[in-house]
Write a protein that binds this ligand. Structure first.
Ligand SMILES: [Zn+2]
Length: 139
């Protein structure tokens, strides 16, 4: 039984315009592309978040993302391709690969809002301190 829509795409029981498929990953055209050529790469197995992917599978997705990005640069004439995991819409790890035509093609409204102040130096040091402490506690 499929856990979600992306599982059904991975199993071939839901429609998708597949650009690449292997035993463990599938790449297909996004149905609401930010820019032409926007694709998603998913693992065939249901994993909710990218940080839960096993290392080999995460590496396979990133390596396929690099190959797709090179192809997108040739096809769409862009210098950069955005690669981002979000997961807000479908709870199945998926990487978006978006040919970037403008600096704000992949960003958050908050990040690009000039009204949002930059973090102060002390705030940034505190962020780094908290992450260092947390990372030291992880294997
Ligand atoms: Zn799924």
């Amino acid at each position: 039984m499929a856990h979600c829509e992306f599982c059904r795409i991975a199993q071939g029981t839901a429609p998708a315009a597949v650009a690449f498929a292997s035993a463990r990953v599938v790449a297909f055209a996004d149905r609401r592309p930010i820019r032409p050529g926007h694709v998603q790469v998913i693992p065939r197995c249901h994993v909710e978040s990218f940080d839960d992917l096993d290392e080999d599978l995460a590496a396979e997705i990133i390596l396929l993302g690099q190959r797709i990005a090179r192809a997108q640069k040739r096809i769409y004439g862009v210098r950069r391709v955005g690669f981002v995991f979000t997961g807000n819409d479908v709870p199945h790890a998926h990487a978006h690969l978006i040919p970037l035509h403008a600096a704000d093609d992949v960003t958050s409204a908050r990040y690009s809002d000039p009204g949002v102040p930059w973090a102060g130096a002390e705030d940034r040091r505190e962020t780094a301190r908290q992450l260092r402490a947390a990372l030291n506690g992880l294997s």
